[in-house]
Write a protein of this length. Structure first.
Length: 95
């Protein structure tokens, strides 16, 4: 049976859920990432830590599933990420 992977990228953690198309819950996974405070009164995060947490959640959930169907992704903040010509993120993201 087909399944749907839902991902919510929040300020302090990522949460992922895997559902069958009939609504049956197949699994839940989550991961956190640090909030960096390089200067008093300023908070930021490394986008690479978001990405790694998302990858880890997906690997955890899809390890037991053979048939994939679709993915839904949610993030509360709109962010502009600076990257170099090789598409590597070169700066942290302000919160």
């Amino acid at each position: 049976m087909r399944s749907l992977l839902g991902i919510d990228l929040g300020t302090q953690s990522v949460k992922a859920v895997l559902l069958r198309e009939d609504g049956h819950l197949l699994g839940i996974s989550s991961g956190s990432y640090p909030i960096l405070t390089p200067v008093i009164g300023h908070a930021e995060q490394a986008p690479s830590s978001w990405w790694q947490a998302v990858i880890d959640c997906i690997k955890n959930l899809l390890a037991e599933v053979n048939d994939k169907y679709g993915t839904y992704f949610s993030h509360i903040l709109q962010k502009l990420l600076e990257h170099n010509p090789n598409n590597r993120v070169i700066s942290s993201s302000d919160l």
